[in-house]
Write a protein that binds this ligand. Structure first.
Ligand code: BG6
Length: 489
């Protein structure tokens, strides 16, 4: 593996994301030699930590990943802590001195990654101050900014944030995290589509009847009510993760497999997504909020949630692309908390043969099923294809059979986790699996229309039972089009 030299300056270093995901991911990169001798991490937050305390925290957060104590000690020796108030300009000069010192010590060639994992209202402030206080390296090294979600709460606020970031960093220096893009099977969508004639040749409205994307969660809002109640499923999951998945499914073939080409195609796809007017938004999107069951509280009774909250914990919708490839083929999407299980999948439903020659009344054959390509994203990784075949009994009857490939649990376990991939991509300077500004902007413009309608209409909440697949209206959305969800209980 190539060792990537860089200083990583992490804002929000004592936070939940850092300890749960970022340090374990960095340890993996260290184990594999992607970072080794020439890297250093400056962690910052308001905590009054010293290096030693910080290293203890990092060691603890990676202790589940490895039993190699010596390696962990070696790894954490690259970590330094600076207490930092992001609004206090003087604090930046301390950071700057530390950065310069570590750059020399570890021979980092002036390469800098600024990773902001804190409350979103600080994103712009930090980016601006980094530039104004001369923390960006001025030599040949790179400067890269990594931004966690959420990227705004509507188009206007996202644009404001983007303007703030752009004042300090170029678009190709900004890495907007969408951790779904770091998932193995999301990345596999492109391999499946563009690596197989049998799929790509049929990947259009002539052969595909509809595409379904499901991101189901079993847990409720847990301890995140403060954030979640201000967000809701539409902002939390649809605007980012689902829109990214949909654009990978809908885009044209990129000229080459590289970030600029892939982004260009995703943006084109998103630009042809039909932005709904009021009537269309209210008929093509439905929302839900979970009810109580057994000892589990309903959403409105959860800690930190207002008793009259109208925040949706479930969304289902129908998306239409007005372009030559997709005109007339809907993409149905759904996501929610407290559903039957935790899983993510994509079902591509092909059209049935135009003529069913087996369907004589006397033949006893059941009508032909549609071919369905299912991409299992999580927890299983793999895909399956439903085809019609003859069953082996006497007479001639057709039945659907499934061709299936699932990765075994060993391989699934060894698959790099999203943050390992994404941090590695940042160090390589590969923006393929990050959301570009035009993608984010178009996704907000679409989602804002739905939000506008929902903000003025009073929902009938709660409306779905935990352990189900959401409210009845989500099934009705497809039934109206004479379709149904491929995955149902
Ligand atoms: C996050 C959302 O982006 O994704 C959470 O804020 C959600 O609400 C999470 O639970 C789901 O991610 P994953 O990787 O567990 O499917």
């Amino acid at each position: 593996p190539t060792e990537r030299r860089s200083l990583i300056m992490l804002f929000g270093a004592t936070g939940d994301l850092a300890t749960r995901k970022l340090y374990p991911a960095m340890l993996k990169l260290f184990e594999k030699g992607n970072i080794r001798d020439h890297f250093a991490v400056i962690g910052t937050s308001r905590y009054k930590f010293d290096d030693e305390k910080f290293r203890e925290m990092v060691s603890k957060s990676v202790s589940k990943e490895s039993t190699n104590k010596k390696q962990i000690a070696d790894f954490v020796s690259h970590f330094y802590f600076v207490t930092h108030d992001v609004t206090d300009l003087e604090h930046y000069s301390v950071l700057k001195d530390k950065a310069n010192e570590l750059d020399k010590k570890y021979q980092l060639n002036g390469n800098r990654v600024f990773y902001i994992s804190m409350a979103p209202n600080f994103f712009g402030t930090v980016a601006k101050n980094l530039k104004a206080q001369h923390l960006l390296s001025e030599g040949n090294g790179f400067n890269r900014l990594v931004i966690e979600k959420p990227f705004g709460r509507d188009f206007e606020s996202a644009k404001q944030l983007n303007d703030d970031l752009s004042a300090a960093f170029e678009e190709n220096q900004i890495f907007r995290i969408d951790h779904y893009l770091g998932k193995e099977m999301i990345q596999n969508i492109e391999a499946i589509r563009f690596g197989n004639t049998i799929f790509e040749a049929l990947w259009n409205n002539r052969y595909i009847d509809n595409i379904q994307v499901t991101l189901a969660e079993k847990l409720g809002v847990e301890e995140r009510a403060g954030y979640y109640d201000n967000s809701g499923a539409l902002r939390d999951m649809v605007q980012n993760h689902i829109m990214q998945i949909v654009s990978l499914l809908a885009m044209e073939q990129p000229v080459a497999f590289k970030d600029t080409d892939i982004r260009a195609e995703k943006v084109k796809a998103l630009r042809s997504l039909r932005v709904y007017n009021v009537a269309e938004a209210s008929s093509n999107f439905v929302r839900g909020q979970y009810a109580a069951v057994g000892n589990d509280k309903e959403y409105r009774e959860e800690d930190g949630v207002p008793k009259d909250s109208n925040t949706e914990t479930f969304v289902a919708g129908k998306l239409m692309f007005d372009n030559y490839r997709w005109s007339g083929t809907p993409f149905y999407i759904r996501t929610g908390k407290k559903l039957a299980d935790k899983f993510t999948r994509v079902d591509v439903v092909f059209k049935k043969p135009l003529v069913d020659i087996f369907a004589f009344p006397q033949s006893g054959s059941t009508p032909l099923n549609a071919n369905v390509l299912t991409i299992f994203i999580e927890p299983n990784q793999g895909f399956s294809l439903m085809v019609n075949a003859k069953n082996s009994e006497q007479g001639f009857h057709t039945e659907p059979v499934q061709l299936q490939y699932l990765e075994d649990s060993k391989r699934t376990k060894e698959t790099p986790q999203p943050y390992e991939r994404l941090i590695h991509d940042v160090l390589k300077g590969d923006g393929t699996n990050f959301a570009s500004w035009p993608e984010v902007a178009n996704a907000w413009k679409f989602v804002d229309q739905i939000r506008r309608v929902w903000d003025i209409q009073q929902p009938m909440f709660p409306n779905y039972i935990p352990g189900s697949m959401g409210p009845v209206s989500a099934d009705e959305l497809l039934a109206r089009d004479h379709r149904e969800w491929v995955f149902k209980l």
